[in-house]
Design a protein around this ligand. Structure first.
Ligand code: GDP
Ligand code: MG
Ligand code: ZN
Length: 301
């Protein structure tokens, strides 16, 4: 039975790109999926059979490595966290929040700083460039890849293509940081709406969107819809936040108490490392902020 990958789902049809090449096959899903309460997702690797009319049936969903809810995509292995260096300014609290969510979802993350060209026109250009460099050093030291780009000047685009090659990626980031512009630069002919264009068209916010995986020229796929739009910690356990800080993980094994929250406990190895300056101040401060936010959320529900 041929195998392939679902690259688009629309109105009950799944578009399967066969592994051996050729055009996507428009498939229905077998009724058994519905009975079992599972539905095929974009990104799923599937076995399918072709029917007489040139269409097909998805017969089997192969095991998923990851499963995202927003956007609903299976087997994503990389989150591209997009942060502009200006307009809007770099926001490390939000970056750490995205990282908690990518870690929790089991995804690797690549941090992409965008609009680097726009720093040139700023009166405090030096400070902006230094803060981007400092952020890169910090996150690379924790084990995250990072890149500096300008979609306008075409900087960093080839390198980004290389990093996305062979993977399924989802882009994430605040509105206006340049996600669509970056994707348009990566995929010739894609023409996703950027904010300037959508303003001109005066589009409403109610256009229903479906998810589609866009094949990249250098190999790999990108979801055309941004991910992690809702960043609360509702689905996380309190202990989970700490384990989503990569540099805390190994240290936490040395904490005196099991279930240590690394806030005030005696014999906490994370706090000790922080005192020795081995954990960045901003990372620890953001961790405390998230723990507070988590507790406030709990109180509300
Ligand atoms: N100067 C500069 N502006 C950019 C760049 N990339 C995007 N922009 C602008 O930033 C705004 C938001 O871009 P868009 O791609 O729609 O961001 P999104 O909301 O994250 O998808 C638009 O006005 C773009 O023209 C860039 O590399 N340099
Ligand atoms: Mg956009
Ligand atoms: Zn601890």
């Amino acid at each position: 039975m041929p195998e392939g990958m679902i690259i688009k789902a629309l109105s009950g049809y799944y578009y399967v790109r066969p592994d051996e090449g050729g055009d996507p096959v428009q498939c229905r899903a077998r009724g058994i999926f519905k009975k079992r309460g599972v539905s095929p997702l974009v990104g799923d690797r599937v076995k399918f059979s072709e029917t007489e009319n040139g269409e097909g049936i998805v017969d089997e969903i192969l095991p998923r490595s990851t499963e995202l809810v927003r956007p609903p995509v299976a087997n994503v292995d990389l989150a591209v966290l997009v942060f502009s260096v200006v307009h809007p300014d770099l926001n490390l609290l939000l970056l750490d929040k995205f990282l908690v969510h990518t870690e929790s979802a089991g995804l690797d993350a690549l941090i992409v700083f965008t609009k680097f060209d726009a720093a040139d026109g700023e009166p405090d250009r030096e400070r902006i460039v230094e803060s981007v460099e400092a952020a890169r050093q910090l996150y690379e030291s924790i084990g995250y890849g990072s890149l500096v780009t300008s979609a306008r000047r075409g900087e960093g685009i080839e390198e980004l293509k290389r990093r996305l090659s062979g993977r399924i990626s989802v882009f994430a980031g605040q509105s206006g940081v340049g996600k669509s512009s970056l994707l348009n630069a990566l995929v010739p002919g894609l023409k996703l709406e950027t904010s300037e264009i959508s303003k001109k068209l005066g589009r409403g916010r109610h256009t229903t969107r479906h998810v589609e995986l866009v094949p990249l020229p250098g190999g790999g796929y990108v979801a055309d819809t941004p991910g992690f739009s809702q960043l609360d910690f509702a689905e996380l356990g309190v202990g989970e936040i700490g384990s989503c800080f990569r540099e805390f993980r190994e240290l936490a094994e040395g904490c005196k108490f099991r279930g240590c929250t690394h806030v005030h406990e005696p014999g906490c190895a994370v706090l000790a490392a922080k005192e020795r300056g081995e954990i960045a101040e901003s990372r620890y401060a953001n961790y405390l902020e998230f723990m507070t936010e988590w507790k406030e959320n709990r109180r509300r529900y």
